[in-house]
Design a protein around this ligand. Structure first.
Ligand SMILES: NC(=O)C1=CN([C@@H]2O[C@H](COP(=O)(O)OP(=O)(O)OC[C@H]3O[C@@H](n4cnc5c(N)ncnc54)[C@H](OP(=O)(O)O)[C@@H]3O)[C@@H](O)[C@H]2O)C=CC1
Ligand SMILES: O=C(CO)COP(=O)(O)O
Length: 330
């Protein structure tokens, strides 16, 4: 029986732990807050992050970080800004061979490192897999049908992670394109903020379709420049997740965009959502990577300017729509 430790007891870590346990994996869920862990163990549900999704019998709540880290298969499910610190914390506890999967979507703040780089720099040459795709935590927790991509350069580990997640309620697909999967999952959050802002301003269905389609082009430009493959970017973890996040109000990135499109302050909107909104920080890294890889990403750049340079949303859309005509295939 596969044993897995999930690190990160927020909405996504909890939903993946439920899915793994439902599939028969002996799953240990760890979060950084000891009081929260006690509550999860007593209530067998994560009331704060994933209410209404009871823990299956095979899901146990870790009593300590050491207990969880002793398991040789780790699934890291924290926000991208917390991945580096989590890996640093786990490093001294990696006393034997470890296999590491990661479900974070985004880039490391300031450096722009991808998840596989953060893990390799901290833990060395361990088998690594990235888990990503159009999967809202609440729907995963409820077991509603969804699909996910697991990319690894260690084919056996991609298959092992896929086997662990695949089951009633979830189809798991494998890939060897780690970079393509990571970039798609990171950039779609920024585009979802732009789409949310347009909807918040009442700009209409045409604008939404324009932003999703040209946003997809930005994902492809950056993803391919960084070494990802077009077919991955057009798949579940790229286009699939972009469509999901841009079109449904379960998305925190879309909701934040809507709030600022309606004139709300970014910090207030983030506080009200009360969970991680990856695209806010990651607009900075996407902007940085666009410059580093010399790719044009006008939508992402305007999101960055609105969130971090105080540019008015209306001005940002005006500047986007004032761009000169160009070839669609560019
Ligand atoms: N929610 C979703 O539908 C999906 C999320 N994801 C991705 O999963 C990742 C995690 O997001 P999600 O679970 O949704 O976020 P949430 O906001 O729901 O929860 C964040 C969790 O991370 C914990 N955390 C924050 N900082 C640290 C740290 N330094 N060390 C350890 N734990 C920390 C929080 O702990 P505390 O409560 O103590 O603050 C909390 O348990 C993100 O990259 C997101 O993009 C991917 C697909 C779907
Ligand atoms: O990545 C997600 C679904 O696949 C969740 O999106 P949000 O972080 O915008 O809620």
């Amino acid at each position: 029986m596969t044993q897995i430790a999930v690190f990160g007891a927020g909405s996504y870590g909890t939903s993946l732990a439920i899915q793994l346990a439902r599939n028969g994996c002996d799953t240990l869920l760890w979060g950084r807050d000891a009081a929260q862990l006690k509550q999860l163990a007593a209530e067998r549900v994560n009331q704060r992050y994933l209410p209404g999704c009871d823990f299956p019998a095979r899901l146990r709540v870790a009593e300590s970080l050491e207990q969880a880290a002793a398991v040789s298969f780790w699934l890291l499910a924290v926000p991208s800004h917390a991945l580096g610190p989590l890996v640093d914390t786990l490093k001294p506890l990696a006393t034997g061979p470890r296999r590491v999967a990661c479900a974070s979507k985004g880039f490391e703040p300031e450096t722009g490192r991808l998840a596989h780089e953060v893990v390799a720099d901290g833990l060395g040459r361990v088998p690594f897999a990235i888990v990503s795709g159009p999967t809202f935590a609440k729907e995963v927790g409820r077991g509603l049908p969804s699909a996910i991509t697991i990319a690894s350069r260690t084919p056996g580990f991609a298959a092992e992670t896929a086997d662990a997640l695949h089951g009633p309620g979830m189809r798991a697909y494998t890939s060897d394109d780690v970079i393509g999967v990571e970039v798609g999952g990171g950039v779609k959050n920024v585009i979802a903020i732009a789409v949310g802002a347009a909807d918040g301003m009442g700009l209409g269905a045409n604008t939404r379709a324009l932003l999703i389609t040209r946003g997809m082009r930005e994902i492809m430009r950056l993803g391919e420049a960084m070494g990802g493959q077009a077919e991955t970017l057009m798949g579940l973890s790229g286009m699939g997740d972009l469509v999901l996040t841009c079109t449904d109000d379960q998305s925190r990135n879309r909701r934040l965009g809507k709030a600022i499109g309606q004139g709300r302050d970014v910090d207030a909107a983030q506080q009200e959502i009360g969970q991680v909104v990856e695209g806010v920080r990651n607009a900075v890294e996407v902007n940085l990577l666009a410059t580093r890889y010399k790719v044009e990403m006008p939508i992402s750049q305007q999101v960055y300017r609105v969130l971090h340079e105080g540019v008015a949303v209306r001005q940002a859309f005006y500047e986007l729509s004032s761009r000169p005509p160009g070839a669609e295939s560019r």
